[in-house]
Ligand binder design. Structure first.
Ligand SMILES: Nc1ncnc2c1ncn2[C@@H]1O[C@H](COP(=O)(O)OP(=O)(O)O)[C@@H](O)[C@H]1O
Ligand SMILES: [Mg+2]
Length: 209
């Protein structure tokens, strides 16, 4: 995939926390439609690099270019609006809400002042079909296993039109079967032109790819 266009470039990124230099002059390029694995031991700075990318943390120095244009995201919301989504190591779903309510939280289709639940569930169904996964939009998150919860996070990112998706250690609590489903899904997403940054604590998981 090296011939594909570079859609994201991080140059000489440095980030310090009190007493810790988490990132020291880090360079990172992402090509369109590729899965770029970011490997490194615990504490290497992988999550920090991604949090600098999407505006959770502000970098001390360095620059970030999205499709050639310099960007300075001040918040994850700004990054999301530019098509960048992160699925964090700790999933961020609300357990007692439904799949559909989680995916469209704060962006629910309305009928007058009320949530249009029929439309909400239909839109969720459409995304699940696109992902090729079979999850009932009306299930509560706390009724799903971790693998399906992660699919919901991915569905949420897609519903926001993400074209760069960061997965931070996605397989850490998945079963081998769930990992297989995730890898199939990653293939499907990259075939659509979505670029993926895949963070792994070590090379071990890649024996499955
Ligand atoms: N919010 C924070 N405040 C202080 N130190 C942090 C913070 N986030 C990360 N660090 C430190 O930065 C370093 C890199 O952490 P992290 O990016 O989480 O590594 P990784 O994701 O590769 O395991 C570690 O030394 C960690 O303790
Ligand atoms: Mg991490």
């Amino acid at each position: 995939m090296q011939n594909e266009e570079i859609i994201l470039q991080m140059k000489a990124i440095t980030k310090t926390f009190p007493g810790v230099k988490a990132l020291d002059n880090v360079n990172f390029n992402l090509h369109q439609g590729e899965v770029h694995a970011l490997l490194g031991e615990n504490g290497a700075g992988k999550s920090t690099l991604m949090k600098v990318l999407n505006g959770i943390y502000q970098k001390n120095s360095g620059s970030i270019y999205l499709e050639g244009n310099q960007v300075e995201f001040k918040s994850p919301k700004e990054a999301q609006e530019a098509g960048l989504a992160i699925i964090h190591q700790e999933l961020e779903l609300i357990p007692y809400l439904t799949v559909a309510e989680n995916i469209f939280l704060g962006r629910e289709p309305k009928k007058g002042f009320l949530v249009d639940f029929k439309r909400l569930n239909e839109k969720t169904e459409e995304i699940m079909n696109r992902l090729g996964v079979n999850i009932d939009p009306q299930s509560k998150i706390n009724e799903l296993n971790i693998g399906n919860q992660q699919m919901v996070e991915i569905a949420k990112a897609l519903s926001q039109d993400a074209n760069i998706l960061v997965m931070d250690e996605p397989t850490s609590s998945l079963t081998p079967k769930e990992i297989e489903i995730l890898f199939d899904l990653i293939e499907r997403l990259t075939a659509e032109g979505i670029s993926i940054i895949y963070i792994s604590p070590n090379g071990g998981n890649f024996s499955n790819l």
